[in-house]
Design a protein around this ligand. Structure first.
Ligand SMILES: [Zn+2]
Length: 880
């Protein structure tokens, strides 16, 4: 899974994603990184060991017949479940079944149904048999039920918050511009919101689903679509069946109006379910899927094992994407036109979800404690695909950002990858399980070599096919193939916490001609963090421009290595290929060595490091010609990210002629850089430091560039520069569907108060998924603060609806803040209290009467919401 979006976790996610959206030089990986990680920020501190769920009876087969009550957001279901006792005799069966109305529970024997006794407590259904079953028996139960995923009572006091398993989008059809859809999200244990099951990752089932829907909808589920049949009243039943077993959390349904674009891989169907208006772009979005399937099949030594592969876009998806078996689900941000894809694409997520079809779906972690066996591999597979398809520049960048993501989380909390203490399994979906997991696999691969690693994976996948595993299964397979004892590696990296923090000191002794390298492990050794054992490689560039390399084995806290060299090296690189997961704090590098590092390192990461170190250490960038020139060379770096960093971070020189050559370079990058992200950053910097009329006019028609990302930067800056042109552009582009441009237009409208604005805000709040609504709500907030009573009144129903209905917690918060601000600012207008804000609404004249009406109306709306919600965060924002 990517990007869980769960009520109590999603706050930080949304803040990050919103602020990234507002920034100009948007880095897609960065967005994806901040959005896709479950930046779970709660640490339970729970210490009790969580056992892997016991298997009393094993689920064998699931047969579902479902139809939908759109109006009430319910599902009518009939489930037939086949089980066998695992080892011990069983006279009862306990199923997960959340927020159901149970209608019938029967035993099914030779097509005869007999009633069974049961007890139901809204979380579990306990069925009693009148005989005992042994492990040689199978038995079938039939359950007729109604699923109520929106049951308020249940959500309020239930044990599970923030997930409902089954979602209806625009269920009453009243929200103009929003698609009507039904989709599911099972991970971690939420599929039991729509069918009764043993909702645990160490169970597996084959499945059949009969879905009855209006004929205008397409459906998608696991396995193959065997047939569709009209059943009267314009309704159709689709029959989906998967004959290969998978855990219940991977079962799925999606219903909506889709265009299906079909590809193939070998002789399998590969389908892309997109919105009809994106039909012509479906191949641009998903078209590399067959090549990925071939690549992973070859690399992992096991052919893609499922009956088909489909990918579907859904509205308001609560995760970023989900690897449901043979039917992956994606948030709608992934759906982009070809022009938009040049700004940003989400192919890494496509690789991630596909890789789960081996790691997660085919071989499954037996408990959420072992989640790294799913997510670490899926994250590492993003790297593998990037390395194969786009080469080292791209894959090194991924390594670097995965490391940075993990290290930033590790600053606030450090856990072992495999851990048995948590309050909610969602806590496992963090940067440890994803990024650290991927980086540890990369080290493991380098430790035993490519051939042993991938043959080991093949053995792991083959031996444990269609079974649940724990981390030792992986170790045993890799040991078996390589003949190497990997206990220490696994204990250190999977079962202990933390990573080495290395203090590395270099000193060259000219008499003995020795490069002395002192390595000190200085991590905090509390909380299970060990002294690490690892190899570390150093690489030097000699004065004769020859590269030399040496690897040292670190086994204790302090080491002192000597390396005989002819002369002092021009450059020293620690861990040249960036394999070791460690923070390496280097000391003793001279300024000239850093310049050399900036110039001569093949690896993107070392150039970036040198750039960071130089910016931090060199004092006279602004005043020294030589220093400024040297550092400005990064504007020509071959990696777009370093060019981007250079544009944003090199301080402005005080030397006039260098200043103008810097400006010319920015103009050149804006005009010619192949990366839109770099062009956008260059334009932002030009406006910031050289925003005079003459320079801007040299850039040509800013609003006529193809890239939306660049256009959005232009528009944001243009308003303060030439409001008339900006508003002209806005009025001609109110219908745009591009999220970057929508956000930029929203900002302009928040300053201009033109009447067309309200329709724009309302239309897009209806249309966009919650993930894209945040910055729009912030702009709408400012706009309404400069608006009359009539406009505020027209805004209220939608805002109230967002606060009480949206799946995005940050969105709800933003909408609540909007109400609070409307009330409080207008109160201040009435009392004449100073308004401490420099936004344009401050200067808009609102009549006293309007302000009074606004305060009264908004206070009433707030009262209404108070009655409907028990969300403490919202209540806190809306307190008087
Ligand atoms: Zn995943």
């Amino acid at each position: 899974m990517l990007m869980r979006f769960v009520l109590f976790f999603s706050v930080i996610l949304f803040i990050t994603s919103c602020s990234v959206f507002k920034k100009t030089a948007i880095d897609p990986d960065e967005i994806a990184m901040t959005v896709d990680l479950d930046t779970v920020n709660i640490y339970s501190g729970r210490t009790a060991y969580i056992e892997t769920p016991a298997i009393n009876s094993r689920l064998l087969h699931t047969r579902l017949k479902v139809d939908f009550d759109w109006e009430n957001r319910r599902l009518n279901g009939e489930a037939t479940l086949r089980f066998t006792p695992h080892f011990y005799n069983q006279d009862k069966l306990v199923l997960d079944a959340k927020a159901f109305d149970i209608i019938e529970v029967k035993l099914l024997e030779n097509d005869v149904k007999t009633n069974l006794d049961y007890a139901y407590d809204s979380l579990e259904l306990t069925i009693s048999f009148d005989r005992t079953y042994s492990r040689n028996d199978t038995f079938e139960v039939f359950i007729k039920y109604t699923a109520n995923p929106y049951s308020q009572d249940f959500l309020k006091d239930g044990a599970i918050r923030g997930a409902r398993g089954l979602y209806f989008v625009n269920h009453d059809g009243k929200t103009e511009g929003r698609p009507r859809q039904i989709w599911t999200q099972g991970q971690t244990e939420s599929n039991s919101f729509w069918f009764p099951t043993k909702d645990k990752p160490n169970q597996r089932t084959t499945s059949e689903i009969y879905m009855t829907v209006n004929d205008s909808f397409k459906t998608l589920s696991n396995g193959e679509l065997y047939y569709s049949e009209m059943v009267g009243d314009g309704m159709r039943t689709d029959y989906w069946r998967q004959d290969i077993s998978h855990p219940p959390y991977l079962m799925m349904m999606a219903v909506g109006e889709y265009a299906i674009v079909s590809d193939t891989w070998r002789d399998l169907d590969v389908d892309y379910y997109v919105y009809p208006e994106f039909e012509e772009h479906a191949r641009a979005i998903f078209g590399n899927t067959p090549e990925m399937m071939e690549f992973f099949s070859e690399l992992f030594g096991v052919d893609y094992p499922w009956e088909k592969y489909a990918q579907v876009i859904v509205h308001d998806f609560v995760a970023g994407a989900m690897e449901n078996t043979s039917a992956s689900v994606y948030m709608d941000l992934v759906q982009r036109t070809e022009t938009e894809l040049k700004d940003r694409n989400f192919e890494r997520i496509i690789a991630h979800e596909l890789a789960h079809h081996w790691f997660g779906n085919y071989v499954t972690c037996e408990s959420w404690s072992n989640l790294v066996l799913n997510e670490g591999f899926a994250t590492y597979s993003e790297y593998l695909w990037a390395d194969y398809k786009y080469g080292k520049e791209r894959s090194q960048y991924k390594l670097h950002f995965n490391r940075r993501a993990y290290l930033s989380e590790a600053r606030s909390r450090i856990n072992s990858l495999i851990r048995f203490q948590y309050n909610d399994p969602l806590e496992m979906f963090d940067r440890h399980s994803y990024q650290k997991g991927g980086l540890v696999l990369h080290m493991l691969r380098n430790k035993i070599g490519d051939e042993a690693f991938f043959l080991g994976l093949q053995e792991y996948l083959t031996k444990n096919a269609l079974e649940a595993v724990e981390v030792h299964h992986l170790r045993l397979a890799l040991e078996d193939v390589s003949g190497i004892d990997l206990n220490r590696f696994f204990n250190q990296w999977f079962l202990s916490a933390g990573h080495p923090v290395l203090d590395v000191n270099y000193a060259f002794d000219t008499t003995s001609r020795q490069l002395n390298i002192k390595i000190n492990q200085i991590q905090n050794f509390e909380n299970d963090i060990p002294v690490f054992h690892f190899p570390i490689t150093f690489k030097v560039l000699t004065t004769e421009n020859e590269w030399l390399e040496k690897t040292f084995n670190v086994k204790k806290m302090y080491h002192d290595f000597d390396w005989e060299l002819e002369s002092e090296p021009k450059l020293i690189l620690a861990d040249p290929e960036q394999i070791l997961l460690a923070e390496i704090l280097e000391k003793g590098k001279s300024e000239s060595q850093l310049y050399e590092q900036l110039k001569s390192s093949e690896h993107f990461f070392h150039r970036l490091n040198a750039f960071d170190s130089l910016l931090a250490s060199v004092q006279d960038i602004k005043t020294s010609r030589t220093v400024f020139r040297e550092i400005s060379k990064t504007l020509d770096d071959k990696h777009w990210y370093i060019r981007n960093q250079a544009i944003e971070r090199i301080p402005l020189t005080e030397l006039e002629n260098l200043k103008s050559s810097f400006k010319n370079k920015l103009i050149d990058l804006y005009n010619n850089d192949p990366e839109n992200r770099v062009r956008a950053a260059a334009l932002e910097r030009i406006f910031k430091d050289f925003g005079d009329r003459e320079t801007i006019s040299m850039l040509g028609d800013l609003m006529n560039v193809e890239s939306y990302m660049v256009k959005a930067v232009a528009l944001r800056n243009l308003y303060d520069f030439n409001a008339e042109t900006a508003i002209d552009f806005v009025l001609n582009n109110l219908e745009t569907n591009n999220p970057d441009l929508i956000s930029a237009i929203g900002e302009v409208l928040s300053k201009s108060f033109i009447p067309e604005a309200q329709i724009f805000f309302q239309r897009n709040l209806n249309r966009l998924s919650f993930r894209s609504q945040g910055s729009l709500l912030a702009s709408y907030n400012k706009y309404l603060l400069g608006s009359s009573f009539a406009r505020v009144r027209a805004a209220m129903p939608q805002i109230e609806n967002i606060i009480t209905e949206s799946e995005g917690s940050r969105t709800r918060v933003r909408a609540a803040e909007l109400l609070r601000d409307l009330r409080d600012i207008n109160r201040k207008r009435i009392t004449g209290e100073e308004i401490k804000d420099d936004a344009p609404f401050k200067d808009v004249k609102i009549s006293m009467e309007d302000s009074e009406q606004i305060v009264e109306l908004v206070s009433n709306v707030i009262e209404n919401i108070r009655l409907k919600t028990d969300n403490r965060r919202i209540l806190n924002i809306l307190r008087n």
